[in-house]
Write a protein that binds this ligand. Sequence first.
Ligand code: NAD
Length: 343
Amino acid sequence: MTELRGALIGCGFFAINQMHAWNDVEGARIVAICDRDPERLDIVGGQFGIERRYSDAEALFADGGFDFVDIATTVQSHRALVEMAARNKVPAICQKPFAKTLSDAKAMVEACREAGVALMVHENFRWQTPIQALRTALDTGAIGTPFWGRFSFRSGYDVFSGQPYLAEGERFIIEDLGIHTLDIARYILGDVSSLTARTRRVNPNIKGEDVATILLDHENGATSVVDVSYATKLSKEPFPETLIELDGAEGTIRLRQEYGLEITNAKGTTITDVSPKLLSWASRPWHNIQESVYAIQQHWVDQLKRGAEHSTSGADNLKTFALVEAAYDSASRGQTIDVGAML
Ligand code: NAD
């Protein structure tokens, strides 16, 4: 099997997970890295033994010698870097949030489509082992047609120490975390036609909202609630687990804290342990996310080699990104938003 060569741009906090995962992925390796911060470049280059190091992405592309680029910078640079990849005809992975606005995101998808290169958003939460297990149960008809769901992420975990920029933006939880939860809701119950949201800020030391409650009308008639909070102090901290409730015509599924998948139907109730693996480089409680980073990057390589569409392609992610914008719009205007009209 030919090995794809990748270049990684952005050697920050989360890129460490991506670099570890690239070591585990079959069929690809990272041959060059880029960061405008020389200290980060040294740390990651040294830790992972990468000799080709660049402080400027234009210089990286000018030298070439790689088959794809993995963009792990924060959102401000995503559009410029994805368009740079398209100009250079290099397939690209881009971290979430995909873009600053939906119109930027649409332009990025269009640039890659015109250049004929694959574009995948690193929307990894749907690749978590418990989410995949729940989807399999649904697909095999365990509860019949689902008509209601709840996708919940409520935590008091201090995310600001590792990612200080999260405290500084006008927008916080929907853009950073809710984007994943909304994507899971779409992945499980299908695309969304309209949405209503309420937000608030509880933590006085941050700028954006840290609590959001979002009501989704799915195109297939199902209703769901996405509720996210970083202001919820519980006896047993669930970070970073997404808890799910699904009601179907023939039964129910509950994804409970500590990774128990409970299915109730005419046959009775079963509880299965759907815990993620603790990869050699992973650490609790992040291991659920870390395993999904490996899974999405392996999916990138496999689909690229087959020439097939990625589960979280740029085009797919527009439908998740629209939910983020719709949620902020709904919360500020107090109105229900027609999501279909935005796409
Ligand atoms: P970070 O600030 O720690 O790292 C970003 C790095 O990119 C920095 O080292 C910075 O110098 C570099 N950079 C920025 N612009 C650049 C440019 N134009 N050229 C070269 N280098 C540039 O941020 P982070 O916490 O690692 O987050 C990065 C992204 O990952 C964010 O978009 C964040 O939302 C996302 N993230 C995703 C997950 C997930 O589970 N998918 C989890 C955490 C963070």
